[in-house]
Design a protein around this ligand. Structure first.
Ligand code: C5P
Length: 227
């Protein structure tokens, strides 16, 4: 069976990564969560005091970019690659609401995007990859054989993310999560460089009323049409 590239884009908390992981497992492909890479750069900026609620020193972050090393290390127990920032496992730290509240500002910076896009293209150059993000089908792999664009209402997405954070023991309210989801949607769709848009040849899936199994079955059918 020929190996393809599967690009999964869409709004925050639409279940992109759950679907991408399921697909990668089934197809025995590599899974890459590009949001984790933007989150790790954001964590770096936070730890170095370059970004906080009042200010963002983009120049300092851009100057440091060549020394920021991002790697995924496969964890067999979890079944996916965990994010390492300069050799440190940051998989948990990058998922907090604090990182979520700054990540879209960091992702607006063109120099950040070009560094990460280059690394993503390198990871996918031999195909056999499922990558999720915001610009995979439009910028990273415009020639991907299968492009899926996922949507769901903001309240459905916020509820899912809120449940996830609560399970992890994060002290956060539903209103905070909804506000974060809406703010990220706005910045992601309005930024100048690589805004979140649906690629002309992407297939849109609104999963507000689909469970994980139904969604997976629908996308596997699309994969089987292509391979
Ligand atoms: O997918 P996730 O919600 O973890 O992504 C976090 C943020 O990273 C997004 O809200 C977006 O601002 C940014 N991002 C991006 N391009 C990607 C992946 C994520 O701009 N390919």
């Amino acid at each position: 069976m020929k190996k393809i590239t599967v690009a999964i884009d869409g709004f925050s908390s639409t279940g992109k990564s759950t679907l991408a992981k399921q697909l990668a497992k089934q197809l025995e492909y590599v899974y890459v969560d590009t949001g984790a890479m933007y989150r790790a750069v954001t964590l770096y900026a936070m730890k170095n005091g370059y970004i906080n609620a009042e200010s963002f020193d983009k120049e300092k972050l851009v100057a440091d970019l060549p020394s920021i090393q991002l790697t995924f290390q496969f964890n067999a127990e979890l079944g996916f690659g965990e994010m390492f920032l300069n050799g440190e496992n940051v998989e948990k730290e990058i998922r907090t609401i604090e990182v979520s509240s700054f990540v879209s500002k960091v992702a607006e910076v063109s120099q950040v995007r070009s560094k990460l896009v280059e690394q993503q293209q390198e990871m996918g150059k031999n195909k056999g990859i499922v990558m999720d993000g915001r610009d995979i089908g439009t910028v990273v792999f415009p020639d991907a054989e299968l492009k899926v664009f996922m949507t769901a209402s903001a309240s459905t997405r916020a509820q899912r993310r809120f449940d996830e954070l609560q399970q992890k023991g994060d002290d956060v309210t539903y209103e905070e999560v909804l506000k974060n989801v809406e703010e990220r949607d706005y910045i992601d769709t309005h930024r100048e460089d690589s805004p979140l848009v649906i690629a002309d040849d992407a297939i849109e899936i609104d999963n507000s009323y689909l469970n994980k199994e139904e969604q997976f079955a629908a996308v596997m059918e699309l994969v089987n049409d292509v391979v």
